[in-house]
Each structure stands twice: as C-alpha cells, then as structure tokens.
Design a protein around this ligand. Structure first.
Ligand code: DX5
Ligand code: ZN
Length: 223
C-alpha cells in the first residue's frame, strides 16, 4: 500500500544559530516534515540536539510533523522525553534497544508514531516479527553520524526488498531513506520503493530551498 511522497529536510545541516528561522523557511519552501537527528557520542561518533530543542521548535510555532531519528543508546528514556517534547514520529536503531518490541510499543503508548532504523549492514530480517507494530521503516543509505556523506548504492536493492515486504502488509507503512539523497538520485530512490526522503546537505547547503525542493518534486513526479 503506497503513501504520498514526503520530503523531510534534516536540520543537522541547518544553521543552528538560526534554527527556528531555518525550519520556518524550509517548511514555507514546501517541505513536508522536519527530520530531527539525535546523536549521543556513544551509539554514533557525534553529538547533536535533544528534547529541549524539539520543544523549542514547537514553542516557536512549528506545527509540521517532527520526525525524530534517535541515534542513541539506551532509547526508552529518550522516547518518553521526546514524546513530551512534541515529536510526531520517533524512530530508533534495533541494535540500540534491549527490547525492540517493548520500545516500539512504548512509542505508541505515548501517542507517537514509531519507526525502526536499519543501518547499511543491518539485515531486513530485523523486521520479521515486528511489522505489525510499525508505522515507518527507515533505511540508512549512509552510516549514521554525519551529514554530507555519499549515498551507498546497495541501498537500492535493499529498498526493493523492503518494498516487497511492506506491500505484503494490509496497512500503509512509510518507507523512508536517509543519507546522501539529492536532486540527482532522488528519482532512483523513489523508483526503488521509497516514499519518504530525508535530505540534509542537499537542501540546507543550497541558497534557495524552494528551488531545490521544486527540483526534487519534479524528479519524484518523473519517477
Ligand atoms: C546521518 C543522519 C542524516 C543526515 C543526512 O546520520 O541520520 O539525517 O543529516 O544528511 P545528508 O542528507 O546530508 O546525507
Ligand atoms: Zn537521520
């Protein structure tokens, strides 16, 4: 079952000194949701932002969905904090939770949509027994930790396989891809089965976000 395409700019590549303004600008430019990368310098070798920044964006007036991507371990405490801070989606890496099914349920119990994030080397079989619990599957097309890395081409085959698995479920589950997506390859990524596209440097690294988003939508429409 397919869902409408959504583009989710990753604020990791935004100017943090002007974050509220950057998020307003990219949403006015036509972005669908805000991708919010949380790194703990433990699960990944980088350190970013936490729930305080998420509530700050809500208090600033951001009403678009906030797509929280947890690259932290453990996950359960932060799930609760992000639910309170106004997250819409909360996704985590299965390797970072002791009890994946419990963490997925926790996200639902707290009123958010859940997601499981698969690293490039994580097999799709981690989805086998939890598909019924899932709202979103996020395939990493780079190793997590940094913006601006190259798209790993093997992700395309993995996406096709993931699409087949998700299509077998009689309820829509988002298939999101994160890392190295730009105007040049977004069409291929959609053709391989993705419906949700995280783009950091490819949007925030340009001077006209609306123009970049327009070019991306044109590519998606041609897929
Ligand atoms: C990497 C993050 C990504 C990152 C993507 O660990 O999960 O969301 O911001 O950045 P780009 O689009 O520049 O590869
Ligand atoms: Zn991310």
């Amino acid at each position: 079952m397919s869902l409408p395409d959504q583009i989710a700019p990753s604020i990791l590549s935004a100017d943090f000194a002007r974050l509220g303004e950057e998020v307003d600008t990219v949403l006015e430019a036509g972005a669908d949701m805000v991708h919010f990368d949380v790194m703990d310098y433990h699960y990944v070798p980088n350190l970013t932002i936490g729930p305080l920044v998420c509530s700050a964006l809500r208090n600033h007036g951001v009403t678009a969905p906030i797509d929280v991507h947890l690259m932290v371990t453990p996950v359960d405490e932060l799930i609760a904090d992000f639910a309170k801070a106004g997250a819409s989606y909360i996704s985590f890496h299965p390797e970072a939770s002791q009890h994946v099914h419990r963490s997925l349920k926790l996200v639902h119990d707290l009123g958010c949509k859940n997601g499981l994030v698969l690293n490039p080397a994580t097999p799709l079989s981690v989805l086998d027994h939890v598909l019924d619990e899932l709202d979103l599957v996020l395939l990493m097309s780079v190793n997590p930790g940094f913006g601006g890395q190259e798209f790993i081409p093997q992700t395309l085959d993995k996406l096709r396989e993931a699409r087949t698995r998700l299509d077998a479920v009689d309820r829509p589950i988002r298939l999101e891809v994160d890392g190295g997506i730009k105007v040049d390859n977004i069409r291929q990524v959609k053709q391989a089965g993705a419906d949700t596209f995280v783009c950091g440097s490819a949007i925030f690294g340009t001077s006209d976000y609306a123009e970049t988003l327009r070019a991306m939508r044109e590519e998606l429409a041609a897929a």
